[in-house]
Design a protein around this ligand. Structure first.
Ligand code: 5GP
Length: 179
C-alpha cells in the first residue's frame, strides 16, 4: 500500500486515477443523456474542482459554456456564520441550465451558499455534479444530481483536493492515515 507524506501528515492511496476516470466517464454519459439539447453552462468551483472539471468537460459535446467560480474571502457574516461571496460570474445565466461542478460535498454548507447566490442570477435550473460525497457528514437536503463516489467521513487529498495547499496535483486520491 503506497503511503506518502503530504505536508505534515501521512496519506495512503484510496482511489486510483483509473477508477476516478471511469467514474467521471459514467457521470459525463449521464449528464449528456439528461441535458441533451439544453443551453448548459458548467460552473467549476475553484480551487478543488479544477481537475474534475477538466476531465469531465472533455467528454461533453462542445455546444456548452464552461466557467470557473471562486468563493472569495469573507464578504460578511450572518447568523449561520461566515458567508463567502461567489466571484467570477461574468456570463448571462438567465434561463440557462447551470451545472455546478464540485470536488467534494461534505456537510453541504458550501454548496447551499453557492446555490443561494446563483439563484440571484435567475438561471432556468441548477444541477449539482460532485466527484466525491460524504453522506455521513451531509446536513442539507439539496439534491445531488450526479455523484461520482460516496466516501466515508475521512479526510482525502489529491485530484484537485488539497491539504494545507499541498497535494492538489496528485493524480490519485489519498486518505489520511491516522497516527
Ligand atoms: P462542505 O462541508 O461545506 O460540504 O465542504 C466544504 C469544503 O471543505 C469542500 O468544498 C472542500 O473544499 C473541503 N473539504 C471537505 N471535505 C474534504 C476532504 O476530505 N478533503 C479536502 N481536501 N477538502 C475537503
Amino acid at each position: 500500500m503506497e503511503v506518502r507524506k503530504i505536508h505534515d501528515k501521512k496519506f495512503k492511496i484510496f482511489i486510483p486515477n483509473a477508477e476516478i476516470r471511469t467514474v467521471i466517464t459514467g457521470m459525463a454519459d449521464k449528464i449528456n443523456r439528461d441535458l441533451e439539447g439544453r443551453d448548459v453552462i458548467f460552473m467549476g468551483i475553484l480551487n478543488g474542482a479544477f481537475m474534475f472539471a477538466a476531465e469531465l468537460i472533455k467528454q461533453i459535446p462542445p455546444n456548452c459554456q464552461i466557467t470557473f467560480l471562486k468563493l472569495a474571502s469573507y464578504a460578511g457574516t450572518s447568523s449561520t456564520g461566515t458567508v463567502k461571496r461567489l466571484i467570477g460570474i461574468n456570463e448571462d445565466i438567465h434561463d440557462k441550465t447551470v451545472v455546478i461542478l464540485e470536488d467534494i460535498v461534505d456537510t453541504g454548507i458550501t454548496l447551499e451558499n453557492i446555490i443561494k447566490q446563483l439563484k440571484g442570477y435567475e438561471p432556468g435550473e441548477i444541477r449539482v455534479a460532485t466527484l466525491l460525497h460524504k453522506p455521513e457528514a451531509y446536513l442539507k437536503d439539496i439534491t445531488l444530481d450526479y455523484v461520482g463516489i460516496e466516501i466515508p467521513n475521512d479526510f482525502v487529498v489529491g485530484f484537485g483536493l488539497d491539504y494545507e495547499g499541498f497535494g492538489r496535483n496528485l493524480a490519485d486520491i489519498y486518505r489520511v492515515v491516522e497516527p
